[in-house]
Design a protein around this ligand. Structure first.
Ligand SMILES: Nc1ncnc2c1ncn2[C@@H]1O[C@H](COP(=O)(O)OP(=O)(O)OP(=O)(O)O)[C@@H](O)[C@H]1O
Ligand SMILES: [Mg+2]
Length: 331
């Protein structure tokens, strides 16, 4: 099947130094140059095929949102390439990017922060429709907007209300409707349910999957919790400190996970035992700082299977079985 998105060796860094003087530090009686760079995304590659759901999972701060924002060029990549349907969009101008912005829409974790509180729901939808010319005039845009609201489970009379007049789940429906309004082909959903009650999460996930079937979308789905993405993903990438340490099909990751970090993520999923919701043994230690990355394998300090080589050498990506890749010296 044709690829909708192809990410190769993507890198993103944030420079925390405001100017050259920031880099000069006085230590032990001498001046030294000290750079403070956040290495948020460190050489990651993955492909998403048409109509596929690819999920990125990993702990807070591992670079999931930065990857998403770099793909749609809200921030310019510092290295690597992004291709959308075979077109290299890595270095195109803001103007050229507009046509891709329409095709690639984003749904955010916090629907309230991403909706304009002073706009009525109908206008939140109509504005991008007119901007991206998916409707020829206001009348047509309004009709389309009402259709979309119905698809996401909102009633026509709710169209003239403001975002604060809705519940969290309904607001996320508005966020989804806004993404649909410009008729995208590819949707990035950055933790779209993590701000919602557990009872509402399933409804929103189901809605996203129904829309996928109806409109043939492809998704990049971001979550910090494997249990959220289990049912919806075709393929997954597990991220740690800005790297994808394991990627493969849902079956590979859930039935035959290889990387010690992926295994640790599974043991961190709360399990129901009797009537108690208990957290089983998770991962020891803290995530190292992305400002000073560890030597060798980024996970070695927390890894129960650490060998001497892990401290020295970053492992190369290995294809352990067909389309199942792991970044670990154990394999
Ligand atoms: N604009 C920025 N300036 C400096 N550092 C940043 C910036 N944006 C993100 N970072 C840093 O980059 C790293 C990755 O952040 P990112 O938001 O991508 O993580 P995440 O995986 O989405 O986490 P979460 O699950 O909490 O949303 C973090 O260390 C973060 O502090
Ligand atoms: Mg994030």
């Amino acid at each position: 099947m044709e690829k909708i998105l192809s990410v190769n060796n993507l890198e993103q860094k944030f420079d925390l130094n405001r100017g050259i003087l920031d880099k000069i530090k006085f230590r032990n009686g001498r001046f030294i140059k000290e750079e403070r760079i956040v290495n948020a995304v460190n050489d990651i590659s993955f492909d998403i095929k048409q109509r596929e759901v690819f999920s990125l999972v990993g702990e807070s701060g591992c670079g999931k949102s930065t990857t998403a924002r770099t793909i749609i060029k809200l921030i310019e990549p510092k290295g690597g390439t992004v291709k959308f349907k075979g077109n290299n969009i890595t270095n195109i101008s803001g103007n050229e990017m507009l046509k891709y912005r329409k095709k690639m829409q984003m749904i955010f974790q916090d629907p309230y922060a991403s909706l304009n509180p002073r706009q009525k729901v109908i206008d939140i939808l109509v504005e991008p429709m007119l901007f991206h010319k998916v409707a020829n005039n206001l009348q047509e845009a309004r009709e389309k907007a009402l259709d979309i609201l119905e698809k996401v489970g909102l009633r026509p009379e709710q169209a003239t209300r403001y975002p604060h007049q809705f519940s969290g789940g309904q607001r996320q429906r508005i966020g989804i409707a806004r993404a649909l309004a410009v008729e995208p082909e590819f949707i990035i959903a950055d933790e779209p349910v993590s701000a919602l009650d557990v009872s509402i999460q399933a409804q929103i996930l189901n809605l996203l999957m129904e829309l996928k079937d109806e409109f043939n979308f492809s998704y990049l789905f971001i979550a910090h919790d494997l249990s959220v993405v289990k049912h919806i993903s075709d393929n997954l990438g597990v991220m740690y400190l800005g790297k994808i340490v394991e990627k493969g099909s849902k079956e590979h990751i859930f039935n035959n996970s290889l990387h010690p970090y992926t295994k640790a993520l599974f043991s961190a999923i709360p399990r129901l035992s009797g009537t108690n919701l208990r957290k089983s043994k998770g991962i020891e230690g803290e995530i190292p700082s992305p400002i000073s990355l560890p030597s060798g394998c980024f996970f070695h300090e927390r890894c129960p299977y650490m060998k001497p080589i892990c401290r020295e050498v970053m492992p190369e990506e290995k294809e352990v079985e067909k389309d199942h890749f792991v970044l670990c010296h154990l394999y």
